[in-house]
Design a protein around this ligand. Structure first.
Ligand SMILES: Nc1ncnc2c1ncn2[C@@H]1O[C@H](COP(=O)(O)OP(=O)(O)OP(=O)(O)O)[C@@H](O)[C@H]1O
Ligand SMILES: [Mg+2]
Length: 239
């Protein structure tokens, strides 16, 4: 599926944080249908906070979140999930005491039927997980765990997937492997908002990107332009 100009997800001047503490001071991002968009920025910039704010996990102080053109600001995660949004957190993104198969079943919790068929489809994308489906998740390596988290995020066949640092802590070979899977998922039609520390790889994969710093939009544009941007190169690409 190709990218079209229909905006599937948008934040408008989103202001959110933790309790009284304001972390995002008005962040605006958008993702078109079928598009893959990167969010990069230094530690503490507010990247994870942005995804949590979009997914209804933090109180929105002002601004808006739009999903498929509808205002979903302040809506709880279960409502957003029903409307085609999926979120894979940076940490604690699988249930370690359950098997691989059970994790996928949990990922389909609101699905009334077709769970088995969807598990089969997801296993076709992740054959290594299929081979080990009865094993406890606690035994998986970091790379396999991230694959499972990604697989679980696909169980409801979302229109858009929020991914928070899927490559964190992985060896270069596994970083490539997880990005390759994300690319396959995107090419099959799922839009992706990808938060990443691996800025070069993320921008290479994505069509557009945003740079956040200190809770604000700092730069945005075509990923290829950001890759060539002097400030991005100096600060995030180790140029
Ligand atoms: N639960 C929390 N309670 C209070 N402050 C928090 C909480 N989580 C994050 N923060 C603060 O919010 C700011 C942004 O954090 P956030 O996790 O969004 O950054 P990030 O860009 O995802 O960083 P990283 O690259 O390290 O994952 C930081 O100053 C952080 O200390
Ligand atoms: Mg983070």
């Amino acid at each position: 599926m190709s990218v079209d100009s229909t905006v599937v997800l948008e934040t408008r001047e989103l202001v959110t944080g933790y309790g009284e503490l304001e972390i995002l001071h008005g962040v605006s991002v958008s993702v078109c249908s079928g598009e893959m968009v990167a969010v990069i920025g230094p530690n503490g910039a507010g990247k994870s906070t942005l995804l949590k704010g979009i997914f209804g996990l933090l109180p929105v102080q002002s601004g808006a979140v739009l999903l498929g053109g509808a205002d979903v600001t302040g809506k709880p995660p279960d409502r957003l999930v029903q409307n085609g949004l999926s979120y894979v957190p940076q940490v604690e993104n699988v249930f370690p005491s359950l098997t691989i198969q059970e994790n996928l079943e949990m990922g389909a919790f609101i699905r009334r039927n077709g769970v088995r068929e969807r598990i089969d489809e997801v296993f076709r994308l992740f054959p290594d997980l299929a081979k080990r489906k009865g094993e406890n998740t606690g035994k998986l390596s970091g790379g396999q765990r991230q694959m499972l988290a990604l697989a679980r995020g696909l169980m409801l066949d979302p229109k858009i997937l929020l991914l928070d640092e899927p490559s964190a802590g992985l060896s270069p070979k596994l970083v490539s492997a997880i990005f390759e899977r994300i690319n396959v998922v995107n090419k099959a039609g799922t839009a992706v908002l990808l938060v990443e520390q691996n800025a070069r790889e993320a921008l290479s994969l994505c069509r557009r990107g945003y740079v956040l710093a200190m809770g604000r939009n700092r730069l945005e544009g075509e990923a290829s332009n950001l890759l060539n941007n002097e400030e991005v190169g100096r600060l995030y690409l180790g140029a």
